[in-house]
Design a protein around this ligand. Structure first.
Ligand code: AHR
Length: 533
């Protein structure tokens, strides 16, 4: 799948006979006896790059009930909270080791003026959220509240600066306010507002979707803006900004090339963003999040897989101008975008989250793991109550979505080394279209423990798969599975456990080959410890 070298091909031939014979007799059910042999060869003795923990990042925008109600309820709320952040959500986020959080947008970022969101909350300016529902934004969640949240979570801050309607001075001073310990009017203002020490800010984006809601700019015009803005974003004290240039929507590689081709432009940033949403049947239709057919189930995954093509395309442009791989890809918006739930504000983008979304998350995270060489961060859109969320809230209730559980299962890949794999698997075919039925990635951590994450996209039958572990002495193994009887199963406020991970044991090790029986429509993670003498 990722890399196939001569060594792997030879090993593959060596194992092929063994594997296919094993399957014929052991695990393959009658209906699948004639199917393609599904097998993965894992170069466990030759691991690749570190999978940045930041691939497991999140995104919070002032949009619908993402911030207000989803994360923030205010200190005086009857909903249990820590300094205004709801405790149930806080604890859920800590459990999945959220590595970074993007804020304040999205499109909102290019209408956001940070000075509106500092100082006593009662005196903050109210504005209209023109992008999302035209509602009043009272700015009660601002810089101090966001930074306190990241500190509480122990995650990195990823701030999106306003290029579309802001100024160079405004953005420059925001960075100074956040990160400088020098004596200046801006840092004095921060101190007046109760924060003496500067914060650490790791990631800072110079604009969002500047080809669209962030200013409708041409790539050339934005490249000039980028240089100007970036020049005035300073590194203060020990804080070193990882600057993110606004990259393409999907496969617009010409945009990427414009940002990559000149050394002067390349010097202005460390990473380029990529946005890609899966929108079933296009923006005019968008499918329903819960009421869908098998065609839409299939189509969702077909669109999800396109992330791989989009990354490859952008990587090929980047490889041309940056063969030493000094610039990262930051996929800071991804996920399924469905119609809003009936009766909800169309500007709030509130959608339910089913088993289908869990498989979507697995496909994307597997793709990002496999692209660890270039992909340095990714942010699911969005963290709460918006698009493909990991939590949904209603008043004092919170529910964890199937997508949340995939992040919990996959957290083991954070900062582990990606294991290159060669995968051969049967297709999942619907009508005249086919996609690989199995999505996979694997990693090995500092303790020598392997994790293999797998998804069987076929909604009707299990898949028997053998994973050949090269150069690894397998010991103790455990597994976890996420599945449900129905494709559109989801967790509601009334039934919070319709889709929940369970312990998984439909696998065994035969010599150094792991034989797994993947249930239909499931996500599985298997942990394999090294045998100690
Ligand atoms: O995530 C919702 C919106 O999608 C974001 O605000 C914008 O950047 C993108 O178009």
């Amino acid at each position: 799948m990722v890399r196939k070298n001569n060594l792997l091909i030879i090993k593959e031939m060596k194992h092929f006979l063994v594997t296919s014979m094993l399957f014929a007799t052991l695990l393959v059910p009658a209906h699948a006896q004639n199917a393609t042999t599904n097998r993965i060869i894992l170069a466990a003795d030759n691991p690749g790059p570190v999978i940045s923990k930041d691939i497991y990042g999140h995104f919070s925008e002032h949009l619908g009930a993402c911030i207000y109600g989803g994360l923030w309820v205010g200190k005086d709320s009857p909903i249990p909270n820590k300094d205004g952040v709801r405790l149930d959500v806080l604890n859920a986020l800590k459990e999945i080791q959220i590595p970074n959080l993007r804020w304040p947008g999205g499109c909102f970022a290019d209408t956001y003026h940070w000075r509106d969101g500092i100082g006593p909350q009662s005196q903050r300016a109210s504005i209209v959220n023109v992008n999302w529902g035209g509602v009043t934004e009272d700015n009660s969640f601002g810089t101090h509240e966001f930074m306190a949240l990241t500190e509480e979570l122990g995650c990195d801050a990823y701030i999106s600066g306003n290029v579309g309607s802001g100024t160079v001075r405004e953005m420059s001073e925001w960075v100074e306010y956040l990160t400088s310990s020098n004596e200046s009017p801006v840092t004095n203002l921060r101190k007046q507002n109760g924060r003496t020490e500067p914060w650490k800010v790791k990631y800072f984006a110079i604009g969002n979707e500047t080809w669209g809601c962030g200013g409708n700019m041409s790539a050339e015009y934005y490249a000039d803006q980028l240089k100007q803005y970036s020049t005035f974003l300073h590194n203060y004290g020990g804080n070193s900004l990882y600057k993110v240039a606004c990259g393409p929507g999907g496969d617009d590689f010409k945009w990427t090339e414009t940002l990559m081709k000149n050394q002067e432009t390349r010097n202005m940033y460390q990473g380029i963003s990529v946005h890609y949403y899966s929108v079933v049947d296009g923006w005019d239709v968008k499918g329903s999040a819960t009421d869908f057919t098998e065609r839409e189930w299939f189509e969702t995954f077909r669109l999800n897989y396109d992330m791989d093509r989009i990354l490859k395309l952008n990587e090929s442009v980047m490889n041309l101008y940056d063969p030493k791989n000094t610039k990262g890809i930051i996929v800071d918006e991804w996920g399924n975008w469905f119609r809003v739930e009936p009766g909800t504000n169309p500007g709030f983008l509130y959608q339910q989250n089913t088993l289908r979304d869990a498989l979507t998350a697995a496909i994307h995270l597997n793709i990002f793991n496999n692209h660890a060489e270039r992909v340095k961060m990714a942010n699911l859109a969005q963290i709460a109550n918006v698009l493909q969320s990991i939590v949904l809230t209603k008043g004092d209730k919170m529910v964890l979505t199937p997508t949340y559980y995939v992040f919990r299962m996959f957290r083991v890949h954070q900062n582990a080394r990606m294991i290159p794999m060669d995968i051969k698997c049967e297709n999942y075919t619907y009508g005249d279209k086919s996609i690989p039925a199995v999505s996979a990635s694997a990693s090995i951590n500092d303790n020598g423990v392997i994790h293999i994450s797998l998804a069987n996209l076929n909604p009707s039958h299990e898949i028997n798969l053998s994973c050949i572990l090269e150069g690894f002495n397998p010991g103790q193994m455990t597994g976890e599975v996420l599945t449900a009887a129905e494709m559109n199963a989801y967790n509601s406020f009334e039934n919070q456990s319709a889709v929940k991970p369970a312990s998984f044991s439909a696998f065994r090790m035969k010599d150094k080959t792991l034989e797994v029986s993947l249930p239909s429509k499931s996500v599985v993670v298997i942990e394999i410890k090294q045998k100690t003498k």
